[in-house]
Every structure is written in structure tokens, then in C-alpha cells.
Write a protein that binds this ligand. Structure first.
Ligand code: BGC
Ligand code: CA
Length: 433
């Protein structure tokens, strides 16, 4: 098992190019909310060109959806451009290990039909999303079902794999207490609805019904690339059938469900990510060192430790670190929208005057982004004196979102969550006009 994990780590490293950093100039105060007639509005952003305004990509890293290669043009759009996300490989390894640890600890009862095969099904979020790919690889690496293709673990869905002959996976073997078990990925599928939205919870809820109908008590574990889909499967089937289900995100409903048998989840430290998303904009607008209030304590006492994030300058990216949330520690994670205490101090309004930010969520129906990330952003925007206009997309088309960025001149900075990681130019094109 250790060997498989090491292989996984070696095989999944992202590609990168070099870039350089820089600070920016600030702009006159402005204000904007979803109500354009807000009485405090002073919608003038002076003479900074839109293409020179601070820009942060978050949650969906500009990258090639087939190869995972970072889109350095988008990440270097201007000198105040960054990405904020989390360490996908570290989190994926944690998720795989969490499931393996659970199997080991429950080996006496895990094999529901007693045939010596531990069967699992896997809900895949988006086959072109690097975080989703990493999680699929992490589960397969830990359970010994991974197969290499072109030097990396194959992350393709298998559809169904009743007899263990699918080419994207292999049957794994686990030796526990002197007994050998086979581990089989019985089924996996990208959870995309007919309109094209990915990570679709409702699709996962339907899929588990279909899978349960054909595999029944061959299914011993349900794994999911996120909690939205995981909880949908838990509610539709696994809770009633007492089948441990594992997700990712540590959304509040999933954490609470651990008390009822949800197997576990991973916190991607959304409380740190939401802070970083707005903080890099704040710093760029203030014209201060980008590390202010991040690695370096700010004038209000805000600072992050390197236990919760790191910055990769070549990739212009901030990555939060992940933590496993299981029956042992879930009570500490019940409130998923609480600001992270070390960065919860209010900035002084005189030194950090109110600025306006345009921010979009790729899909207003995405459980993680709408139930966890956006509420956190809304807690931090006040602390950082940012007036943020939140735009919720339909998860299907970039146009649905870009149509609502018709007047970028009204804003001081932008925070973007693309529908598809390849599509950065749809946004930078608008800002360059
Ligand atoms: C989250 C998913 C979410 C996706 C959207 C991931 O980081 O784990 O829950 O659907 O981002 O891009
Ligand atoms: Ca079995």
C-alpha cells in the first residue's frame, strides 16, 4: 500500500512554468452590491484600466482540462493575478488513506456478502477538473485499484466493472490480519446532468439507485469526489443500507452525517481559501506586499501559519492544506462557515478604504461553493472592507456569467470561478477590451 501511495505522489505532480510577482497601485473608493441603487454607491474606479486591476482565480485553476497543464497566460494576466485553491494531491492522498484506514479498522464487517471482495463505487465530479482527477487517483492509489496510463494514474470512469475486467482500473489486494481481500471498483461515472452541469448531486443520487439495483450487497463502500454527491448517495441509499460513504469538502451537512454513519470527508480548509481569495485582492488594492496578513502579520494581527497553506510563486498559486474529518474529530468541524480565527480581525477602514469586487460562483447550485465557500466569503468581505457583488452561474455555460460582467469599469478587482478550467480567456478577454 505504501508503495502505491508513493507511486501516486510521484506520478501526479502538476506541470509548471515560471513567473514573477509584483505589487499594484490602488484605486479610488467605490461601492457596489447586487442592488445598483445602493445609496452609498460611488461607482467610479478612477483611471486604472480593467486589464490592470487585481484578479484572483479560485476553486478552478486555469488549466488544460485534458492534460492538467496550468494556463500560465491566465495566471500571469497582470502583475496582480493569483490563483487560490488547495493542495489537490495532498487532499486526494488523505481521502484515499481515510478510506483505507476505515476498511482496515472495520475489516470484520466490511465485506457485506462475505465473498472476500471489498466492492466500492465512485462518483466522479468532472473528468476535466484537476481536483476531481486527483481525488479519483487518490482513492484508486490507496485501494490498489490504480492503473498507470502515460505515466500517470488513469482517472477515467469505468462505467460498470462487475467482473473486474475494466481497463482503467485493476482489482487491488489488501492483506489485513493475515487474510487477503480483493478490492474492486464496481462502478464509477462522471456525475454530469443532461444540461451539462458537473459534480451534479442529483445525478449521483440517481446513479446509486442504478448501481444498488445491479450490485446490491456487493457494494461495501461508496466513495465520492465531493460531499454534494456523497450526501445525495447517502440520503438516497447508503444511510438506510449502512454502507459507509466518503466525500470531500466537509460541508456542514456531511460533517453532521458522520454521527449517522457517513464515513468521513476532507476539509479543504475553505475558511483559509475564502480568506486568501479576498486577501490577495485587498493587498493588491492597498499596494502593499502580497504577503501582508498572509505569511506576515498585518496591522490588525491577521496572519496564517504554514500549517494551513503554502504559496507556489512559479504557479502564482496559493494552496490551502487539507485535513481528514472522521468519527474521531468531526465535532470540531460542525460549523463549516466560521471564519478562521487567526485571520478574523477587522481591518481599519481609514487605512483600508472600501473597494468593490466582482465575484462569481460557477454554479449557484454547487453544494460546496454555495453552502460553504460563499458564506465564508461573505463573512470575510466585511472584515476586509470589500463590497462584493456575488454572481451565481448555472454551472453549464461561461456566457451565463460573463454576460453579467458587462461593465467591469464599475469594479476595483475581480474574483473568478470558471465553469471550465480552459476558459480563462472568456474573462480576460472582457477585461482587456
Ligand atoms: C469541490 C467540489 C466542487 C468543485 C467545484 C471542488 O473543490 O470539492 O465540491 O463541486 O470544487 O469546482
Ligand atoms: Ca463483498
Amino acid at each position: 500500500m505504501k508503495k502505491a501511495l508513493a507511486l501516486f505522489l510521484a506520478a501526479v505532480m502538476a506541470l509548471s512554468l515560471t513567473a514573477c510577482g509584483g505589487a499594484s497601485s490602488s484605486t479610488p473608493a467605490a461601492d457596489s452590491t447586487s442592488t445598483p441603487s445602493d445609496s452609498t454607491a460611488a461607482p467610479t474606479t478612477g483611471d486604472v484600466a480593467n486589464k490592470d486591476k487585481p484578479l484572483v482565480w479560485f476553486n478552478r485553476q486555469p488549466s488544460n482540462s485534458s492534460t492538467g497543464e496550468l494556463d500560465m497566460t491566465a495566471l500571469n494576466f497582470n502583475e496582480d493575478t493569483y490563483y487560490v485553491g488547495f493542495d489537490a494531491n495532498q487532499g486526494a492522498e488523505l481521502q484515499g488513506t481515510m478510506i483505507l484506514d476505515y476498511i482496515t479498522a472495520h475489516i470484520d464487517e466490511i465485506d457485506r456478502n462475505g465473498d472476500g471482495i471489498i466492492g466500492y463505487v465512485l462518483a466522479i465530479g468532472d473528468i476535466g477538473h484537476n481536483d476531481s482527477i486527483a481525488r479519483t487517483r487518490g482513492v484508486r492509489a490507496a485501494l490498489g485499484t490504480a492503473v498507470e496510463k502515460d505515466g500517470v494514474i488513469d482517472s477515467a470512469p469505468v462505467g460498470t466493472n462487475a467482473d473486474g475486467n475494466a481497463s482503467a482500473v485493476q482489482d487491488g489486494t489488501l492483506e489485513i490480519n493475515g487474510k487477503t481481500y480483493i478490492v474492486r471498483e464496481l462502478a464509477s461515472q462522471e456525475m454530469k446532468n443532461s444540461a451539462g452541469a458537473t459534480w451534479d448531486a442529483a445525478t449521483a443520487g440517481n446513479a446509486i439507485g442504478t448501481w444498488a439495483a445491479s450490485f446490491g450487497d456487493q457494494i461495501d463502500i461508496v466513495a465520492s469526489n465531493n460531499d454534494g454527491m456523497g450526501m445525495s448517495m447517502f440520503n438516497a441509499w447508503s444511510n438506510a443500507n449502512k454502507v459507509p460513504t466518503f466525500g470531500y469538502d466537509a460541508n456542514a451537512d456531511a460533517v453532521a452525517a458522520i454521527a449517522e454513519g457517513y464515513g468521513g470527508t476532507i476539509s479543504q480548509h475553505a475558511d483559509v481559501q475564502a480568506y486568501l481569495t479576498l486577501r490577495v485582492l485587498r493587498n493588491a488594492l492597498d499596494g502593499v506586499d502580497i504577503d501582508t496578513g498572509i505569511g506576515t502579520e498585518d496591522d490588525a494581527g491577521n496572519v496564517l501559519s504554514d500549517e494551513v497553506y503554502y504559496y507556489n510563486a512559479d504557479e502564482r498559486s496559493y494552496y490551502a492544506l487539507n485535513v481528514a474529518v472522521t468519527a474521531e474529530n468531526y465535532e470540531d468541524f460542525m460549523d463549516s462557515t466560521k471564519v478562521y480565527e487567526p485571520v478574523s480581525a477587522q481591518l481599519d477602514e481609514t487605512a483600508h478604504p472600501t473597494k468593490s469586487v466582482w465575484l462569481n460562483i460557477y454554479n449557484a447550485a454547487d453544494n460546496f461553493l454555495s453552502a460553504t465557500y460563499q458564506p465564508l466569503l461573505q463573512n470575510y468581505d466585511d472584515l476586509l472592507n470589500l463590497k462584493v457583488e456575488y454572481i451565481g452561474g448555472d454551472g453549464q455555460t461561461e456566457g451565463n456569467i460573463t454576460n453579467r460582467l458587462s461593465n467591469p469599469s464599475q469594479y476595483d478587482a475581480f474574483a473568478i470561478n470558471m465553469v471550465k478550467t480552459d476558459n480563462a480567456a472568456s474573462y480576460t478577454g472582457l477585461l482587456s477590451q
